[in-house]
Design a protein around this ligand. Structure first.
Ligand SMILES: [Zn+2]
Length: 259
């Protein structure tokens, strides 16, 4: 198995509705809110953890590819090496370490997404009594007692933007890296599924509708790393639709990187 390079996908996540990714109430108790959002412990700014983004995309791709584990509700994991190699969920999003299958490193890294400068300014101007956020009272029903359980949900306001970065690695597993190039499309599929679903909590109440925009894709080959180069731009200012068009150029560059 040989490393061929990384595809770096960057851009902006726009919240088309309020976003609630739960934080730790004990640490982030602000104004006695019942359900606080997760914040950076240093800056106190809300952010989107890479693990939330990746976990949600993995889950949606499990459904899309018919790999949901209905028996125990645990995340899908292929049980054999042969299976896992051809499985976009395991190959791209990773497999639990306990399974110990030789499909190579998890192809996808998703970094934490932090607010853009513009969004930080907008948050600073908010007058909601909370720091950088807003809140809404949501009425939950206790499933056991059927009693109303109103909760103050803290959320990142609609229109907020976060800068995201994902790194997709390409390995030659005796195929010149062709399989990983082909499986790159599942990243876009998962992003598209996320746009039509939701991120974070209370999705059924309309929270967490997000959109990927200003997408920029760069391929940085093994040689680029050796020479300290930035790599080749495959596209910029794209939407998810445009992201599909970079695959042919990516295939060329990966083939060239093996020579
Ligand atoms: Zn699998």
């Amino acid at each position: 198995m040989e490393f061929r390079g990384n595809v770096i996908v960057k851009g902006v996540i726009e919240c088309e509705t309020g976003l609630h990714i739960g934080g730790n109430k004990d640490i982030f108790e602000i104004g006695g809110i019942d359900a606080p959002v997760i914040r950076d412990p240093i800056t106190k700014l809300p952010y989107i953890p890479g693990s939330s983004l990746k976990g949600r995309m993995r889950f949606l791709l499990e459904w899309e590819t018919g790999r949901v584990n209905h028996e125990n509700g645990k995340p899908h994991n292929c049980s054999s090496e042969e299976e896992a190699k051809e499985c976009p969920v395991c190959r791209v999003f990773g497999i639990s370490a306990a399974e110990n299958l030789k499909v190579g490193p998890t192809r996808l890294i998703v970094r934490d997404a932090h607010p853009t400068e513009g969004t930080k300014k907008e948050w600073e101007a908010l007058d909601t009594g909370l720091l950088y956020t807003e809140w809404k009272k949501e009425n939950y029903i206790d499933r056991i007692t059927s009693k109303a359980d109103p909760r103050d949900m803290e959320r990142v306001p609609k229109g907020s933007e976060f800068e995201f970065e994902m790194v997709y690695s390409i390995y030659d597993m005796g195929d010149g890296g062709a399989r990983d190039v082909e499986f790159f499309r599942y990243l876009r599929t998962a992003m598209k599924l996320l746009e039509d679903s939701y991120l974070g909590g209370s999705g059924s109440r309309g929270y967490g509708k997000v959109k990927f925009k200003d997408i920029k894709v760069v391929f940085r080959s093994r040689d680029d790393y050796m020479e300290g180069r930035d790599g080749e731009k495959l596209g910029e200012d794209m939407t998810l639709d445009g992201m599909g068009e970079v695959v042919n150029r990516l295939r060329e560059l990966v083939e060239r990187s093996g020579r």
